[in-house]
Design a protein around this ligand. Structure first.
Ligand code: BES
Ligand code: MN
Ligand code: MN
Length: 457
């Protein structure tokens, strides 16, 4: 049994946390070119750790973009093979002035560890490594065969890993995947995520006049690309949150009655969610759908930034020549990125004001997914979680996206177990991101027990 490994994890808990801090100090922001070296450094650190704990064939796979880190340990003859996934890149830390302590100086406060990437996803990557370390150091072997694939560009769409999975399915051959990049539905409540939204991330670039113009001399006659952009954006969604792109909802599949009934039993208070988690005076969204349904099984459209014109202090009277908006849509089964993008592009080109031109660019995309729970790995997972958390597992969907999960299903033809230990208020992508330290340690124990259960299948 795994009592020895769990004991090892407990004895080494303080060191495990310190090692996580070392990784958190590396600002591996995948989206900004100036951090390319840091992403590389993080990959090297992870690879060195995997080597140190006794994983084999450790490989930093480099190509264009950020590296993948691969390792395996395949000596559990006759046992299933698990493919462990996590990502070591992080989102940009800004706005910097809202952090209580700096994003890349991990700091403990009230039982939490604060840092960019604490929960998304370095903390969860390290808890996989620590579960493997505990088993390897204590037992000298693993109860299952293990392959590890970690990526450094999940937060920018995961292009490299998608290509790798497509081109080398043999190198990732496994019976199931373990994805450590999700959350618990509520504190102390063991959770498996069974669905993710997909996404298309786009840019709209609107051009009016051939150059910036004096807004007094030309205002009223020359087209303003910001106004045009606002008009386009306003045309994408109505005030009720319904997306106005023709055909957009055609392939949306409703969740089963059983699934919806199960959500009703989850500890969720919409009013508390509005006030404590969202902190807005009112929630938005389509009529007739709960907040859970709106974020889990309905598509949505958001604007993330508008770029251009004069944004310095003070005033400048100018009509800019161009304006750009970053617009994404979250997709749900059975929508596809290709079809949704085509519908969106055609619609934008149709509704744009005549006096401007618009370029619609796709930055990245990922498939939505819902996975079945009727497989032995999910059962092993719920058994393990019960041991550690003393409670039955709840199954949820998430509104977030992890593009590779769809590819694992499509190209490796394996189910994924999405077992994560974040909390709803951990502040993913936001200032003061944290990981509840108890969940880091319990996560390690959960994975030890899970590997153990999977080994007795
Ligand atoms: N870990 C998140 C996705 C997530 C969040 C899953 C919360 C479950 C619960 C992941 O790192 C993420 O942020 N993904 C991006 C994907 C994108 C940039 C392609 C997202 O959802 O915005
Ligand atoms: Mn993540
Ligand atoms: Mn993320």
């Amino acid at each position: 049994m795994s009592a020895g490994a769990v004991g090892y994890a407990r004895e080494n808990a303080a060191r495990f946390l310190e090692e996580l801090k070392t990784l958190l100090r590396i600002p591996s922001v995948s989206t900004t070119p100036e951090h390319k070296g840091d992403v590389e450094k993080a990959a090297e650190w992870v690879a060195a750790e995997l080597k140190r704990i006794g994983m084999e064939n450790v490989d930093v796979i480099r190509s264009a973009g950020h590296p993948l880190v691969y390792a395996d340990w395949l000596h559990a003859t006759g046992k299933p093979t698990v493919l462990c996934y996590a990502h070591y890149d992080v989102q940009p830390p800004d706005p910097l002035d809202e952090w209580v302590t700096p994003p890349f100086e991990p700091t403990e406060r009230n039982g939490n560890l604060y840092a960019r990437g604490a929960v998304d996803d370095k903390g969860q990557l390290v808890l996989q490594v620590k579960a493997l370390e505990s088993l390897l150091k204590k037992d000298g072997k693993l109860p299952v065969n293990v392959r590890v694939i970690y990526e450094g560009e999940e937060e920018v769409g995961g292009e490299r890993i998608a290509a790798f999975v497509r081109e080398h399915p043999d190198r990732l051959k496994a019976d199931f995947a373990l994805i450590s990049d999700t959350e618990l539905f509520a504190p102390e409540l063991p959770t498996l995520t069974v669905g993710l939204r997909g996404m298309i991330y786009t840019e709209l670039e609107v051009r009016g006049a051939k150059t910036d113009l004096h807004s007094g001399m030309y205002g009223g006659a020359a087209p303003n690309p910001f106004v045009a952009l606002a008009q386009i954006i306003a045309g994408l969604k109505d005030r009720e949150g319904k997306i106005l792109i023709p055909g957009f909802y055609d392939d949306v599949k409703a969740p089963s009655a059983d699934e919806v009934a199960a959500w009703k039993k989850l500890p969720f208070d919409e009013e508390e969610y509005r006030e404590k988690e969202v902190g807005a005076s009112k929630l938005v969204g389509e009529k007739g759908y709960s907040a859970l349904a709106r974020t889990w099984v309905r598509p949505t459209l958001d604007v993330h930034g508008i770029v251009g014109g004069f944004i310095g202090a003070g005033a400048k009277t100018v009509i800019p020549a161009k304006a750009t908006a970053k617009v994404s849509m979250r997709l749900v089964p059975d929508m596809t990125p290709e079809k949704s993008f085509r519908q969106y592009k055609e619609y934008v080109e149709k509704i744009k004001p005549e006096a401007v031109s618009v370029e619609v660019r796709l930055i990245h995309s990922g498939e939505p997914i819902v996975i079945g729970t009727d497989n032995p790995y999910v059962k092993a997972a719920t058994k393990a979680l019960k041991k550690v958390w003393g409670k039955d597992t709840v199954f949820i969907r998430s509104g977030g996206s992890i593009p590779i999960v769809g590819d694992f299903e499509k190209h490796l033809k394996i189910p994924s177990v999405m077992m994560g230990f974040g909390l709803p208020d951990d502040g993913l992508h936001a200032p003061n991101e944290k990981f509840h330290i108890a969940n880091f340690h319990r996560g390690i124990e959960s994975l030890i027990e899970f590997f153990d259960e999977a080994g007795s299948l």
